[in-house]
Write a protein that binds this ligand. Structure first.
Ligand SMILES: C[S@@+](CC[C@H](N)C(=O)[O-])C[C@H]1O[C@@H](n2cnc3c(N)ncnc32)[C@H](O)[C@@H]1O
Length: 260
């Protein structure tokens, strides 16, 4: 299966195709805050920051952020459209994070972990740059916990294409644990407020900025979009069902002084 090429056409439409509403941002900020240390400011890492969808929110809510992103197209879009005085975007990737040891209080990976080609090395790098007590917020899908998405049903083999991109939850926890991170608490579920209409979602999906849609054959994408358009035309203003989203939370243990 081909990788998603974020330097291809996708970066032009990504920000519109993956736009979030204010209520959704607020729900994410609340969810992250529940698992992060209470002091402010916190030094943040947005790993796989893309077009900077989350970096300014993190900076406003918690403190200065470094967005690390391997795709020049995505990063340049972030620099143009998600500029913020407390955010800097730098080239890099999970396998080689351009930051010092013990330099950040948290690392957000939002739908980027499944793109990491060498997850063991990525996990070791995340553990290296987190301070003791630092937190990994990994917003990911897991092949054994795939959501039943109302719109995906219209795409032939959509569920299979989607699930094939992810590993089971226990495997992901094992990978991070191998680098010394511990579940704290592990998997949590985040409720997204139902604020989008079917029409809103259709307009985003047709831009084909989701990896699942990029990876399916052209004819399956075309068939799915056509079927979805017919379905959405029946009630474009209907609010889509609320979504419950998986977030894996791991942390780097505090250092304990050696006992003699
Ligand atoms: C679905 S986008 C998510 C972007 C952003 N986190 C967001 O939620 O809008 C996935 C991002 O992961 C990046 N990515 C790909 N391989 C990566 C790696 N090895 N390490 C870090 N990020 C990577 C891609 O370039 C892309 O920008």
């Amino acid at each position: 299966m081909s990788k998603t090429d974020y330097d291809g056409p996708i970066h032009h439409d990504y920000a519109r195709g993956r736009a979030l509403k204010a209520e959704q941002y607020a729900a994410w900020a609340d969810a992250f805050a529940q698992h992060l240390p209470r002091r402010r400011p916190l030094d943040g890492l947005d790993l796989g920051s893309g077009t900077g969808r989350f970096s300014p929110l993190l900076a406003d809510t918690f403190g200065p952020v470094v967005g690390v992103e391997p795709s020049a197209g995505m990063r340049e879009t972030a620099e143009r459209s998600s500029a913020h005085e407390d955010v800097r975007y730098v080239p890099g990737c999970a396998e080689e994070i351009p930051l010092e040891d013990d330099s950040v209080d948290y690392c957000l990976m939002f739908l980027a972990w499944h793109h990491v080609a060498d997850p063991e090395r990525g996990a070791a790098e995340i553990a290296r740059v987190l301070r003791p007590g630092g937190v990994l917020l990994c917003r990911a899908q897991f092949s054994d916990l795939m959501p039943d998405l109302w719109w995906l049903r219209h795409f032939p083999h959509g569920d299979e294409v989607d699930a094939a991109m992810y590993r089971p939850l226990s495997e992901e926890i094992d990978i991070f644990s191998g680098s010394g991170l511990v579940p704290s608490p592990g998997l949590v579920r985040v409720e997204m407020p139902p604020v989008e209409t079917k029409g809103d979602v259709f307009e985003r999906l047709r831009l084909r900025t989701l990896s699942t849609l990029v990876r399916m054959p052209e004819e399956d994408f075309a068939a799915g979009i056509a079927a979805l358009e017919v379905e959405v035309a029946k009630e474009p203003e209907a609010i889509v069902p609320p979504e419950t989203i998986t977030l894996l939370v791991m942390s780097k243990p505090e250092e304990t002084s050696a006992q003699s």
